[in-house]
Write a protein that binds this ligand. Sequence first.
Ligand code: TYD
Length: 142
Amino acid sequence: MEIKLLPLQSHGDDRGSLIALEEGKNVPFKIKRVYYLYNTKPGVSRGFHAHKNLKQVVIAVRGSCRFVLDDGDEKISILLDNPAQGLLIESGIWREMHNFSEDCVLMVLADSLYSEEDYIRDYNKFLQFHKNIGGVHDSFFK
Ligand code: TYD
């Protein structure tokens, strides 16, 4: 499984740093939603779901956290700790987030509005989705 890290150009000068995110330029989809996780309590892990359709780009704008991505065949783990890197998560990927640093602010850009219908929160259903990908009707999950 390939990790898709998007390099984000930082416009730094002696005042500090600035990164711009633009759909179709450094973000490979139309940005419909932005949310961020912060104040994550020590020892807490989050995520534990996949999306049927949603694509996301995740950026640790401050601090760090460890992502585990799973495509149903293989799991990879990556430490996100660089605001100049975006982790692209395609649809159909199980994700877990661990080891949040106390100062971690994790910003997520998404190509759709929030929809609970798009979530797969059961790992066994995710594995079945992965096996049947392309051929499964949505009603399978209801
Ligand atoms: P949740 O899916 O539990 O987050 P995580 O996958 O990081 O553990 O979401 C927490 C709550 O926030 C839940 O009640 C749904 C809500 N929520 C929204 O209202 N909009 C959003 O865009 C997201 C991502 C979550």
